[in-house]
Write a protein that binds this ligand. Structure first.
Ligand code: MN
Length: 180
């Protein structure tokens, strides 16, 4: 069984303001991630998945169980990638990473994610799909579901993507992910 406390936010609820409001973080972390965890627990209770590590559930499931397990991983990873105006030396290739992420996010339709992988490539996944399911290692995640930005940016998803890239990426995490 999983609990929200196993996936702690690495910052205070209001730490990303004004770029992401405390209200967005409260809903995103407690209601969305919390909801995926509750669903996951309900789906694994009494099954072969009950005591399985999260990554193994993702690699061995489909449908609702996959969606909820993958979203738990995706959100935990995304939140760990966030820091407001972190003061880091630029990561090699950082400007290309930013332009690749913008280019991937701009035409993306619907709900999903943009990922920088450990090999430096940028991909998108639809809905709950996750690099973990494809034996890929993520170095950075960007949540493109409307719930990630709608309270603060409404329909202006491109503005959210720009703010994410310019103010919210923990480049230390990215650097470690690229060298993993
Ligand atoms: Mn989300």
């Amino acid at each position: 069984m999983f609990s929200l406390s196993q996936f702690p936010l690495p910052f205070a609820r209001d730490a990303l303001e004004p770029y992401i409001s405390a209200r967005t973080i409260e809903f995103h972390y407690e209601k969305h991630l919390g909801g995926y965890i509750n669903n996951l627990n309900n789906l694994i209770t009494g099954t072969e998945f009950e005591n399985m590590p999260l990554a193994d559930i993702i690699k061995n499931s489909s449908g609702k169980l996959f969606n909820n397990a993958a979203q738990v991983f995706n959100h935990d990873f995304f939140f760990k990638c966030l820091e407001k105006d972190g003061n880091y030396a630029p990561v090699p290739g950082q400007e290309k990473i930013k332009s690749d992420i913008r280019a991937a996010a701009t035409p993306f339709f619907g709900s999903g994610w943009v990922w920088l992988l450990s090999d430096g490539t940028v991909i998108t996944t639809a809905n709950a799909d996750t690099p973990v399911a494809h034996r890929q290692t993520p170095a950075l995640a960007l949540d493109l579901w409307e719930h990630a930005y709608y309270l603060d940016y409404q329909n202006r998803r491109a503005d959210f993507v720009d703010i994410f890239l310019e103010h919210l990426v923990n480049w230390d995490i990215v650097s470690k992910g690229l060298n993993s």
